[in-house]
Design a protein. Structure first.
Length: 301
């Protein structure tokens, strides 16, 4: 692959940097939603380029479920230290302890949905008026309805029928008291674009994205990490497999991919050949046909 002939990536980069600079111009207290996944890493890299040689002017906000992959947390802390950023952590465990949310029980229990309350509480606590995320329109049908500037009401909720038009790259960030915006600078990127850009820019990535040995078990055709937070059913067997993450979230809902991809080139080739969608391994999207949209309406990322 020629690193210097990906002209469409330059166009996507320019668009995303323009959106980030619009955020800086229109909002008083923006924050970057950082999960440690590839999309939030790319958004952070774009923010670095958008304001260089100044430091990124937005803090990072990580909603910690308490059930994160260790590799993700290690990468997050190293990135924050390297770039000299401010990190704010919202704790789902704290939301559970204070009675703000009730922890799910059973074999399919997950803290993924519980993140919404923690996120909204943290946005309210710090009075953030724009939360910058790495969602892309190609990920899922509910994501495809998003604008670059996605308006949220005073309850943090999303109404797809009540969004502002975005003509000629003119973004309307006006809002009432207690409302805020979610901003998605890489909306027009695809999964392939993200990985090609990571390759082109030589962005360091968490090791979990590459092939590694991990103890896993199979549930309903999906490989899941055999971590302490996972409750196994009778007959489910823990095995050691060569796997990698294609998308990263809470351990309870992040499916792992059997893979031999040891480099960025390997990942790009693997994605080019696959017929399974990126979020096809996310158990949280399989709870209902409208799982993502229901969570977004409630205030999810």
């Amino acid at each position: 692959m020629d690193k210097y002939k990906l002209t469409h990536l330059k166009e996507l980069e320019a668009e995303s940097i323009y959106v980030l600079r619009e955020v800086a111009a229109q909002f008083e207290r923006p924050v970057i939603l950082f999960s440690g996944g590839k999309d939030s890493i790319v958004v952070t890299h774009l923010a670095y380029k958008a304001f260089y040689p100044l430091k990124i002017m937005f803090p990072l906000l990580h909603i910690d479920t308490g059930h994160n992959f260790a590799e993700t947390i290690e990468y997050r802390d190293a990135l924050v230290k390297r770039l000299g950023l401010t990190l704010i952590v919202g704790s789902v465990q704290e939301s559970i302890d204070t009675g703000r949310v009730k922890e799910e029980t059973g074999y399919h229990a997950s803290r993924n949905r519980l993140q919404t309350v923690t996120l909204l509480d943290t946005i309210e606590k710090y009075k953030f008026d724009a939360a910058i995320g790495g969602a892309r329109r190609d990920e899922e049908k509910a994501r495809a309805k998003e604008r670059f500037f996605s308006h949220r009401d005073e309850f943090g909720q999303w109404n797809p029928k009540n969004q502002r038009p975005e003509l000629w790259n003119i973004f309307n960030g006006k809002k009432n008291m207690s409302e805020h915006f979610r901003v998605f600078p890489i909306s027009n990127w695809t999964e392939m674009d993200v990985w090609q850009y990571i390759y082109k820019e030589s962005i360091e990535m968490p090791s979990i994205y590459f092939t590694h040995e991990r103890k896993v078990f199979n549930r309903d055709g999906q490989w899941l990490a055999a971590e302490s937070c996972m409750k196994l059913k009778s007959g489910e067997i823990v095995e050691t497999k060569q796997v990698r993450c294609r998308t990263i979230g809470d351990i309870s809902c992040t499916g792992l991919t059997l893979s031999k991809a040891e480099s960025l080139e390997d990942i790009i080739n693997e994605i080019a050949a696959t017929r399974i969608t990126e979020r096809g391994g996310r158990a949280d999207d399989k709870r209902s046909d409208t799982a993502m949209e229901d969570r977004k309406i409630a205030g999810y990322f």
